[in-house]
Write a protein that binds this ligand. Structure first.
Ligand code: DGL
Length: 293
């Protein structure tokens, strides 16, 4: 189904790149995208009013993802980056169909690629939200690349809450990590433990130093941010959509609830200070159906 805007609007390389997540987690991806493509303009939407996506049904995740993407598309974007593993796992096909010919890039395939590059023995643990784990998309994306891989997937919904709260270290965080991961990394024979851990949720990279402390130096910890940035650069280059006319682009931040909280917690994820005035509050109510449909 095509929107009116889509039929009328030429995709121009001067348009920004749209990025969305359920909350501030996708800012870990945005950070990598900005580092990789500093001359591009970005508009990021965190659907903070409806976070978390990861405990919702596939139908709700699809609906929320489409509404978030419509908000960005209505503003005019040359590409959409789904900076949420849950939305990438459940809604990527629906997003690709609706916004074609605008390229839509998810983070799940780049995350699976990063895990397969990092593993030595092919034993990979995926940490993600309940919906991502239940859907099995990560497991499938890894075994498609590496059929002999042994993939253990674990949903860690409390990690999302901890990350959104800005609690990234200390005894409580370490206790939660032990509770989720000891059965994978402590129980059983050490030779059977995964050698690679993929952070299959964009909220989890802020917990990486504490995961490293708990798991020790032998486990490779990877996320999809860098590989997603490489995919984005590649797709834009192939479509002639890279912009070359400015050294430094802009970053526009949108949230569906709590700009103050978004700025406070988001600064940790983005790695630079943010003020509430940097975050525009948006309402997705209008984005119920494709315009012109
Ligand atoms: N950041 C989202 C992801 O990458 C999940 C957080 C949530 O449950 O909304 O899956």
């Amino acid at each position: 189904m095509r929107s009116k805007l889509q039929r009328d609007q030429a995709i121009s390389n001067s348009l920004p790149i749209g990025v969305f997540d359920s909350g501030v987690g996708g800012l870990t991806v945005l950070r990598a995208l900005v580092n990789r493509l500093p001359g591009e303009d970005f508009v990021y939407l965190g659907d903070t009013a409806r976070l978390p996506y990861g405990t919702k049904s596939p139908a709700s995740i699809r609906q929320y993802s489409l509404q978030a993407a419509r908000q960005l598309h209505e503003r005019g974007v040359k590409c959409l980056v789904v900076a949420c593993n849950t939305a990438s796992a459940i809604a990527l096909d629906a997003l690709t169909d609706e916004f074609d010919p605008v390229p839509v890039i998810g983070v799940l395939e780049p995350g699976a690629a990063a895990a397969c590059q990092a593993t030595r023995a092919g034993r990979i643990a995926v940490l993600a939200t309940e919906s991502t784990v239940r859907g099995g998309a990560y497991q499938a994306a890894i075994t498609r690349r590496r059929p002999d891989a042994i993939v253990t997937a674990r949903s860690c919904p409390l990690f999302v809450a901890l990350a959104e709260e800005g609690w990234t270290d200390g005894p409580i965080v370490e206790g939660v990590i032990h509770r989720y991961l000891d059965e994978i990394f402590v129980a059983g024979a050490a030779a059977a433990h995964p050698d690679t851990l993929v952070l299959g949720c964009t909220h989890f990279p802020v917990l990486a130093p504490t995961l490293r402390k708990v798991l020790g130096p032998a486990v490779a910890i990877v996320d999809s941010a860098e590989t997603t940035a490489a995919s984005l650069a590649d797709i834009l280059a192939r479509r002639g959509l890279l912009r070359h006319d400015q050294a430094t682009g802009t970053v526009t931040l949108l949230a569906t609830d709590g700009p103050e909280r978004f700025a406070r917690v988001g600064a940790v994820f983005l790695g630079r200070p943010l003020a509430p005035a940097d975050v525009e509050l948006v309402d997705l109510a209008f984005a119920q159906t494709p315009s012109g449909a």
